[in-house]
Design a protein around this ligand. Structure first.
Ligand SMILES: Nc1ncnc2c1ncn2[C@@H]1O[C@H](COP(=O)(O)OP(=O)(O)OP(=O)(O)O)[C@@H](O)[C@H]1O
Length: 695
């Protein structure tokens, strides 16, 4: 809201030096708020006098909660002005949201994994209370609110008990302003009376003000002022006795019924134009203010830049409180924590075991038309890797029928004169085509599975090489293809697909687990009202993000340690480079995952959509990043897209470190780090901006 209030004083000024000499804790002028096209608050005027209890009443859905959220600063108003304890909510340096306000939302909004004392300690830390202060307040509140053992877990409490813990959290820091959204629902009449008595006691000194909504209209008679809301407007504001007298009613409820009927008769349009009826003990109520413009900015209105900077800089105590909160929640869910630790390890183990290995027990039909036990064909077949290839001897017609029926992956056929023709071919420099044909193994393959076909070809070449060495001994070098592959510069002759895919897979697994965990945990906290409650307690979105980042980093560290131990020690994936660089790059990819998860959770409100968003990017990103298949095979212009994705250059960088032993001086290494850091920064800024915009 705009800063038309005098920020240094709780007094309302009506422009040109005219100031009203009353003290209002909350002032709302012409407040409007919509959710999309649904208009919830319409030109609402309300005034909560300092040191009083204000009962905000109205039918379900009339906008009470929305108004309270606007007052505490978790929702922005579309139009109008709000002043809370002298300044607009969320004004730089103002402690609303913050320590000055105690807010009990309508939802329970408590961490289920916390005990009662952990809940109060958490808010004590956020409000900057000393341990002695927190302990003293906790003892008082547990006694006063008749709470069970302070070591009881919130999730094991009854609905009414949770509501009382929630009230305790709002009362903890002795705030100047208490905003209670239905605190007495589910509370027995004795305790309800006690709570009201406590509210009356705390406002007695004139320092504390209370605004309370309740469905039990009669209990609001104990309030100094009541306001009746209907359809987003205030129909009445004044003393409870006055409205009863005015309508000649015996109860507050029947007085309000009559007010509603009157309003229905005059119609919504009429009440939309006119101000609320004000029975005027409330100086500065809508009648006082009429439609006068609220003051222009006072000299002090422009907040000092130092205050603004301090307002933006994250508070360490909040980050610590939130990090401890996340760690306690993790500790209380050991099953989920173990799952988080073990899942990446299981994934990488499955990948190393199941991807890139050699096929086993491949059925191959063998048609051998030679009968002699000393024939070359027998020797050659005996040199074929039996673990990979399972030979089944058949006739030509049976073998061809079998391969057509999908029973065999290949057919190997040796002619009747295979041995004599091959001998001729080896001994004579010039032989006929017929001799070459008859001295060759004829192979028919089922090429529908390329990996198996390639493996069969490789096994046949290996068997033939062994056969040549067997038959020719030291002269075997004479029979070789005139292309000679020397020792590789990097990698080894035995490098397999697993070696190629592992670095990219490690980065992807770290990235996606971080995305999933972050996106969901934030969405759930928001859904349960926990984030709003923290925000009212003075926690900023940046602090929430940083705390989440720190606690997730702890989880990632364990995950990465387990991942690396397995790939390096168990699966013996080579690492020629610096382990520190390997770890740093993987951690940074984890941070990219966390920050991308933050973007999803700040933009999306429900788990299903968050899951869909996280899963939706999984396959496209995995495929286009060149993790499974080389980027060089991706057609243009898709390759340009591939190059800017978070894992493309990072995977290449990790491969260069691990297999080539390169360091940061090489461009192919540092650009992987640079791209990852760039994405981290971009995602964090984007998430912060989205969170701010969606407030
Ligand atoms: N986040 C939201 N998005 C869209 N509409 C919303 C949202 N929150 C509230 N509303 C709508 O705004 C209207 C006012 O809701 P609000 O919760 O402020 O009412 P209320 O007076 O507090 O009701 P109750 O007494 O039942 O809590 C309702 O019609 C509700 O459906």
């Amino acid at each position: 809201c705009s800063g038309d209030f005098s920020h240094d004083s709780p007094f309302l000024s009506l422009g040109d030096g005219v100031a009203l000499s009353y003290n209002a804790a909350i002032l709302c002028r012409d407040v409007c708020r919509s959710y999309g096209k649904l208009r919830v608050l319409t030109d609402l005027n309300l005034s909560v006098p300092q040191g009083q209890i204000y009962g905000l009443l109205g039918p379900s859905g009339c906008g009470k909660t929305t108004l309270l959220k606007c007052i505490v600063g978790t929702l922005k108003i579309s139009r109008g002005h709000i002043s809370v304890l002298g300044k607009p909510p969320a004004f730089p340096g103002h402690e609303v949201p913050g320590r000055m306000v105690g807010y009990m939302p309508q939802d329970i909004a408590l961490y289920n994994e916390f005990t009662i004392s952990e809940t109060l300690w958490f808010y004590g830390r956020v409000h900057g209370l000393s341990s002695i202060e927190t302990q003293a307040r906790m003892d008082f509140l547990i006694n006063f609110l008749d709470l069970p053992q302070k070591k009881s877990l919130v999730r094991n409490l009854s609905g009414g008990q949770r509501r009382r813990v929630s009230l305790g959290a709002a009362l903890l820091q002795n705030p100047q302003l208490l905003i209670l959204d239905e605190p007495t629902v589910g509370v027995d009449p004795v305790l309800r009376a006690k709570i009201w008595q406590h509210l009356v006691d705390i406002v007695r000194g004139g320092e504390v003000s209370v605004i309370i909504t309740t469905h039990y209209i009669e209990e609001a008679r104990q309030a100094h002022t009541v306001g009746l809301m209907r359809n987003g407007r205030l129909l009445y504001e004044g003393k409870p006795e006055a409205v009863m007298k005015q309508h000649n009613a015996a109860t507050l409820e029947s007085a309000f019924l009559q007010l509603c009927e009157d309003s229905d008769q005059t119609g919504p349009e009429a009440s939309a134009q006119g101000p609320a009826q004000v029975n005027s003990p409330t100086p500065g109520g809508p009648e006082d203010e009429s439609r006068a413009p609220i003051l222009g900015k006072s000299p002090q209105a422009a907040a000092d830049w130092k205050v603004k900077v301090r307002h933006v800089i994250p508070k360490w105590r909040n980050i610590v409180a939130l990090t401890i909160k996340t760690l306690v929640r993790m500790k209380r869910n050991p099953g989920s924590l173990c799952f988080q630790f073990l899942l990446p390890m299981i994934q990488i183990c499955l990948m190393c075991l199941c991807i890139g290995g050699e096929p086993r027990g491949i059925e191959v039909a063998v048609v051998n038309n030679e009968s002699s036990s000393s024939s070359f064909s027998r020797t050659l077949l005996s040199l074929l890797d039996n673990a990979s290839v399972h030979q089944v001897s058949l006739s030509h017609s049976q073998a061809m029928e079998g391969i057509r029926n999908g029973e065999y992956w290949g057919v190997l056929e040796f002619g009747q004169n295979f041995t004599s023709f091959l001998t001729k071919r080896m001994l004579q420099p010039r032989v006929s085509r017929e001799v070459v044909e008859g001295g060759s193994v004829h192979v028919w393959l089922d090429l529908t599975n390329q990996q198996i076909a390639i493996m069969l070809q490789k096994k046949l070449h290996e068997a033939f090489q062994a056969f040549i060495e067997n038959k020719m001994g030291s002269l075997a070098y004479l029979v070789s293809v005139p292309v000679k592959f020397e020792e590789p510069i990097y990698g080894s002759q035995n490098t397999d697909f697993t070696t190629f895919v592992t670095p990219g897979a490690v980065l992807s697994i770290t990235f996606y687990l971080a995305v999933g965990l972050t996106a969901l945990s934030f969405v759930l906290e928001r859904k349960e009202g926990l984030m709003d409650r923290c925000r009212v307690a003075g926690v900023s979105s940046l602090e929430t993000m940083l705390a989440h980042l720190f606690s997730q980093l702890l989880v990632i560290s364990v995950q990465i340690t387990l991942l690396l131990s397995f790939i390096l020690l168990v699966f013996k994936i080579p690492n020629e480079g610096s382990l520190a660089l390997v770890v740093t790059l993987i951690v940074l990819q984890g941070v990219t995952g966390i920050s991308f998860g933050l973007v999803i959770s700040s933009a999306i409100d429900d788990e299903q959509s968050a899951n869909q968003a996280a899963l939706g990017i999984f396959y496209p990103n995995l495929i286009i990043s060149g993790v499974i298949w080389p980027v060089e095979c991706i057609p243009y212009p898709l390759r340009y897209l591939s190059l800017v994705l978070p894992q493309t250059y990072a995977s290449e960088s990790l491969r260069c470190i691990m297999y080539r032993g390169w360091g940061l001086s090489r461009m192919m290494v540092w650009r992987g780090f640079a791209i990852t850091l760039g994405w981290n920064t971009f995602f964090l800024i984007l998430a912060t901006v989205i969170l701010k915009m969606r407030m």
